[in-house]
Design a protein around this ligand. Structure first.
Ligand SMILES: [Zn+2]
Length: 178
């Protein structure tokens, strides 16, 4: 959080107000996420853990199993979202708070927005993660670039054919909107 040194006024006031709102319960759930991350290292997973809570109750937990599961999306937060949604039989996690041992990467942050969680608490910062070679800054850099400048080519073809599913969806009267 080097930026803090150059931030004054509003940002610091907002940050301290948020800090003051952290409760003993928040710390208990964060400790749970941290414990999961520590245990996961001993169990051949990545050093990341997440806990999803609603109304003071743990709905689901997740740990990073990218290498163990050969799944590049098996980050702690995504794993916890999948488990929580399966348990609640809902594709939204409104009313839920997420405690994650590390600041979410762009994929997990996006997934948490799609899930519609209420709040996110994180322990390690992305700078802490970068220091041990978990660097997600290249993804933030890629998002800001034009398609032609990105390292993975992303090319628009056959739009007219692809639009069929969109037209079908648009006309469907019994769809579940999300
Ligand atoms: Zn992630």
């Amino acid at each position: 959080m080097e930026e803090k040194k150059v931030c004054h006024g509003g940002h610091e006031a907002a940050a301290s107000a948020k800090k003051a709102a952290i409760t003993a319960e928040d710390e208990r759930f964060m400790q749970m996420a941290i414990d999961l991350s520590v245990r996961n290292v001993a169990e051949d997973g990545g050093p990341f853990g997440a806990v999803i809570v609603r109304d003071g109750e743990v709905i689901a937990t997740g740990v990073n199993r990218v290498t163990a599961s050969c799944d590049p999306t098996a980050h702690a937060e995504v794993s916890a979202i999948r488990a929580a949604c399966a348990k609640l039989k809902n594709f939204k996690l409104e009313g839920c708070t997420v405690y994650t041992s590390c600041e979410p990467c762009p994929m997990c942050l996006s997934a948490l927005y799609w899930a519609g969680v209420d709040k996110i608490y994180y322990g390690n910062t992305k700078e802490d993660a970068k220091a041990i070679d978990f660097d997600d800054s290249f993804i933030y850099d890629e998002i800001a670039k034009e398609y032609g400048d990105r390292r993975i080519p992303c090319i628009n073809i056959m739009r007219e054919q692809a639009l069929k599913a969109f037209r079908d969806w648009d006309e469907k009267t019994d769809k579940i909107k999300y």
